[in-house]
Ligand binder design. Structure first.
Ligand SMILES: Cc1cc2nc3c(=O)[nH]c(=O)nc-3n(C[C@H](O)[C@H](O)[C@H](O)COP(=O)(O)O)c2cc1C
Length: 210
């Protein structure tokens, strides 16, 4: 089985989402035969913003695409190839302003493509990234066990919808909070809990496949 490992935190050395997404990959490797890990860092290997030419290229049949359109589609083609090629996606995902980091939104705009990751049928839309397992390690600064704060979460509902649209229905969120605006004890406890959940999730994937 192949893993596509994606990080998008703007932080490096001190990033908790990076540390935990790496642990998720390692735990999957411990419990399962992983043949390859493809790594994508959206913070350093930044996705382009889509353009008018990009959209024209998407809706032009391949034989009639101009050199400019093909250039605009290049990064999207590469990302989509990597998504189809992998069986498991592990995504380190910090919350920014109650939603996803902008680099991940740019990535979504590039990969949500008709005929490639979804298509229209007479019964409605159909996602084309099928039989994939997704782990999202979602770190948040604030304590989301507070009901009012919880209603500010536009990250998880959005990701569930857009992932479902492109065929990704088996999504496991590991929510890690509070990692910033809390005390040291709460931070350590959030990380410890996440580490346990990650080990269990990796183990359970193995059980499901026996
Ligand atoms: C630009 C920015 C915006 C943030 N917005 C939120 C937010 O809306 N809610 C929240 O709980 N934490 C917020 N945080 C805190 C981060 O979610 C938290 O520090 C992050 O998940 C840690 O991930 P990392 O260690 O991998 O960088 C924000 C952090 C930054 C840098």
């Amino acid at each position: 089985m192949k893993i596509l490992h994606i990080d998008c935190s703007i932080r490096n050395e001190y990033s908790i989402s990076r540390k935990l997404s790496k642990l998720m990959v390692e735990q999957l490797q411990n419990f399962h035969e992983i043949t390859s890990v493809d790594y994508l860092d959206l913070s350093t290997d930044s996705p382009n913003h889509i353009t008018e030419c990009f959209i024209e290229g998407v809706y032009t049949v391949p034989e009639e695409r101009t050199a400019e359109m093909l250039k605009e589609l290049e990064q999207s083609d590469e990302y989509i190839h990597r998504l189809h090629d992998a069986d498991i996606y592990v995504i380190g995902m910090p919350m920014y302003n109650f939603s996803i980091p902008s680099n991940f939104k740019a990535f979504i705009d590039l990969i949500t493509r008709t005929g490639r990751t979804f298509r229209g049928t007479e019964h409605g839309f159909e996602g084309l990234l099928v039989n994939k397992k997704v782990y999202v390690i979602n770190t948040r600064g604030v304590d989301f066990s507070n009901e009012i704060i919880a209603s500010f979460d536009h990250l998880q509902p959005y990701l569930k919808s857009i992932f479902r649209f492109i065929g990704l229905t088996d999504v496991h969120f590991v929510n890690v909070f509070p990692v910033k605006w809390g005390n040291k004890e709460k931070l350590e406890s959030a990380i410890y809990k996440a580490e346990q959940e990650i080990a269990e999730a990796a183990h359970n994937l193995l059980l499901l496949q026996i």
